[in-house]
Design a protein around this ligand. Structure first.
Ligand code: NAD
Length: 361
């Protein structure tokens, strides 16, 4: 089978971690007899440097033509002086919108061998952590009307509107219930319905959708409580469904309690099988070019791509098992290391995972 993959390396550590994921995919290709065609395109700061815009038309075109998109990360201090539409991060928002990717899946899993890297106490981790955050991706405050005016109570004011329609909430809720049906069967919908009208609509729509999924347990939780509960008792969660901004923040929190932001992959999905796959972290300019970035989040994003876009379950499993095996043997990048572990760089970690691939499948 020939599979076309659009590749956006991006900025900062983006190129290093994407190179690692591509090497892993090339090994999968060789081992399982697939054919992956990688088409590299520009987005973010590197696109601004070459074309003057964060998301060139050619990039949108290639991403639409390919079967999936694999992305590193974009942004960095070099482009921080730019505003609004010209910022590197705008490329991601626009690309998600162009590709109709409204559901962002962010699994937060604590590997047994990484318990030491979690900031939580041992007794809170005895039952492990295995949460799937389903974040709405193309609506809410990040896409609502925004602006500035001179009529603020105490001078110039700025505003960003949080807005959700019934259809937008219905489709993301369905994604969450479908995922829960394949997991432990529980959905926690997170909102701020005690204050926000948009959250009250969110809550009533999710409650309605739940009627189609009688075997799934649904609970509602306010976002402030959820932020606390994630630390107090993370094991109570199975699938979390929430809005764009709450999901952005809570999934970073979930990542931290599982050890490192460098471990967590994500998938952005819409209608059909096309998806965009990327680590949840940013371009980490502070460590870029030093061969110390953790490539695992990106390698696991490639595994999610094989599973969700191409239905290559066995191949996805083999990558995940290879990662687990390398961690079990005590190899660690700097962000997840602790006393007694074997410290390795980005390239070495990638190589170790590749070497395990054939063995672990
Ligand atoms: P960040 O995620 O890039 O970094 C936060 C911290 O985590 C840093 O200390 C970094 O060194 C560390 N870190 C991140 N990924 C790591 C990895 N793979 N291995 C080891 N350590 C890792 O967040 P930030 O510093 O807030 O943002 C940096 C830039 O990235 C900004 O320009 C921001 O806008 C952008 N950003 C991009 C995306 C994206 O492309 N999806 C997401 C978030 C932030």
């Amino acid at each position: 089978m020939i599979i076309n993959i659009a590749v956006i390396k991006g900025d900062g550590i983006g190129p290093e971690i994407i190179d690692g994921a591509i090497d892993v995919l090339k090994k999968v290709e060789e081992y399982y007899g697939h054919r992956f065609l990688f088409k590299e395109v520009l987005a973010g700061g590197s696109a601004i440097d070459v074309t003057g815009e964060p998301l060139p038309k050619e990039t949108i075109q290639v991403c639409k033509e390919c079967d999936a998109v694999l992305l590193g990360a974009v942004g960095g201090p070099k482009w921080d002086h730019l505003s609004g539409e010209l910022r590197p991060e705008k490329a991601l928002l626009s690309l998600r919108e162009e590709l109709g990717l409204y559901a962002n899946l962010r699994p937060a899993v604590l590997y047994e061998s990484l318990k030491g890297a979690s900031p939580l106490r041992d007794e809170l981790l005895s039952n492990g952590i295995d949460i799937c955050v389903v974040r709405e991706l193309t609506g809410g405050i990040y896409f609502g009307e925004k602006g500035r005016n001179q009529k603020g109570k105490l001078g110039e004011a700025a505003y960003d509107v949080e807005i959700y329609s019934v259809g937008e909430v219905e489709r993301i809720a369905k994604v969450a219930f479908e995922i829960a049906a394949k997991r432990k069967g529980k959905v926690t919908s997170i909102d701020k319905a005690n204050v926000l009208e948009s959250s009250r609509l969110w809550r009533s729509v999710v409650t309605n959708v739940a009627k189609q999924y009688v075997d799934i347990e649904l609970e509602h939780m306010y976002v402030d409580n959820a932020a606390m509960q994630l630390i107090r008792d993370p094991n109570q969660f199975d699938v979390i469904v929430t809005s764009n901004m709450f999901g952005d923040i809570l999934s970073d929190e979930a990542s931290m309690i599982t050890g490192s932001i460098g471990m967590l992959p994500s998938a952005s999905l819409g209608y059909g099988s096309k998806g965009m796959y990327e680590p949840i972290h940013g371009s980490a300019p502070d460590i870029s070019g030093k061969n110390i970035a953790n490539p695992i989040a990106t390698i696991l994003s490639a595994a999610m791509m094989l599973r969700h876009s191409f239905k290559l379950e066995e191949e996805a499993n083999s990558i995940e098992k290879a990662v687990e095996a390398v961690l079990r043997e005590g190899y660690r990048t700097a962000d997840i290391t602790s006393a007694g572990m074997k410290l390795v760089g980005t390239k070495e970690m990638t190589k170790l995972i590749i070497n395990k691939l054939g063995v672990m499948s």
